[in-house]
Structures are given as structure tokens and as C-alpha cells.
Write a protein that binds this ligand. Structure first.
Ligand SMILES: C[S@@+](CC[C@H](N)C(=O)[O-])C[C@H]1O[C@@H](n2cnc3c(N)ncnc32)[C@H](O)[C@@H]1O
Length: 160
């Protein structure tokens, strides 16, 4: 598969998973968390499809498109190793989208383990997690991917 094909499939998977989750959380209160702002594309998609939700973003260095930068009071700026354990939300989160992977498998695993350890205290019961990495929290139930998303391209979980 060419890298172009790979990027297209990744973006399609992100959109399909986010669109599925938007329907799943309808009627359930709580903010949304975006781990890894990047260019801000998925943040913008979440914002467009969840206009009435508070969306809190965790990012170590903001380099997003200017139109996709969250307000300062909804941005946890710094490394997740510092911001996630210290974060204080006004309410438990009902949906988390985490797209923090790099090309290095070992650092991806370290970061995924950190997220799996520190995220649970921020979650509402039954919160959904959409992740670009497999998460090692045995309490989280792995869910099937939405139609059209290949197995292991994205990882979906439901918190207890
Ligand atoms: C692939 S990009 C996210 C792309 C985004 N979903 C989009 O649609 O534009 C990953 C982002 O995660 C951030 N990131 C990676 N590791 C991090 C860490 N340990 N703490 C905070 N941010 C991190 C990077 O700085 C980068 O901006």
C-alpha cells in the first residue's frame, strides 16, 4: 500500500469513528477530549459535529491551522505526562479522541500506557475512547470498528 493510500485510509477511519461516536454519545452529558491537536483537523471535525459540547485539547506544542486552535481555557498545553495527571475538568468526559502516535513503536506504547493509566479518573461511566494506538487498560472494553474501518486501523473502547 502506498503511503498516500495509507494516509487516506487513516483519515477515513478517523472520520468514520468520530462520526459513529457522535451518534453514540447523543443525549449523554459531558465534555469531549482531544489528545493531540496536530494540524487541528480532527478537532475541527469534532467541533463542527458537536457544536454544543465543550472540547478540551491536550497538546504539547500548538502548531495547528490558525482556524483550528482551541480557546486557551480549553487547552492543556504541555506533555501529556504532566498535563493528564494534573488536569481538572468541570465534568467527566463522555468521549475521548486520541491521535498521538509517531513512527516509533516503543514511544507509542509508552504513551499509550501513560494514557491508559491517567485517563480513567477523567471519564464518565461508559465513556467512549477512539485511539490511533492500542490501549492497555483491561477495564476498557474493546469495541468493533464501524463499517468500512479495517480491524486494528483504529482502536475503540468503552470505559466501565
Ligand atoms: C498526528 S498529530 C494529531 C493530528 C490531529 N488528529 C489532526 O487531525 O490534525 C499528533 C499530535 O500529538 C501531539 N503529541 C504527541 N505526543 C504528545 C505528548 N506526549 N504530549 C502532548 N502532545 C503530544 C503532537 O505534538 C502532535 O501535535
Amino acid at each position: 500500500m502506498s503511503r498516500l493510500d495509507s494516509v487516506i485510509r487513516r483519515l477515513q477511519a478517523q472520520r468514520a469513528c468520530i462520526d459513529w461516536a457522535v451518534g453514540e454519545i447523543a443525549g449523554r452529558p459531558g465534555p469531549v477530549l482531544e489528545l493531540g491537536l496536530g494540524n487541528g483537523r480532527t478537532y475541527d471535525h469534532l467541533r463542527e459535529h458537536l457544536p454544543d459540547r465543550a472540547i478540551y485539547v491536550f497538546e504539547r506544542e500548538v502548531r495547528a491551522h490558525p482556524a483550528s486552535i482551541p480557546p486557551a481555557d480549553h487547552l492543556f498545553l504541555g506533555d501529556l505526562a504532566d498535563t493528564l495527571p494534573a488536569a481538572d475538568l468541570p465534568a467527566p468526559a463522555v468521549l475521548v479522541h486520541s491521535d498521538i502516535g509517531t513512527g516509533e513503536a516503543a514511544s507509542n506504547r509508552t504513551l499509550a500506557a501513560l494514557i491508559a493509566r491517567h485517563l480513567p479518573r477523567l471519564l464518565a461511566p461508559g465513556a467512549l475512547l477512539l485511539c490511533d494506538q492500542a490501549m492497555a487498560n483491561p477495564a476498557w472494553q474493546r469495541l468493533a470498528e464501524p463499517d468500512g474501518v479495517a480491524r486494528d486501523r483504529y482502536f475503540l473502547y468503552r470505559a466501565p
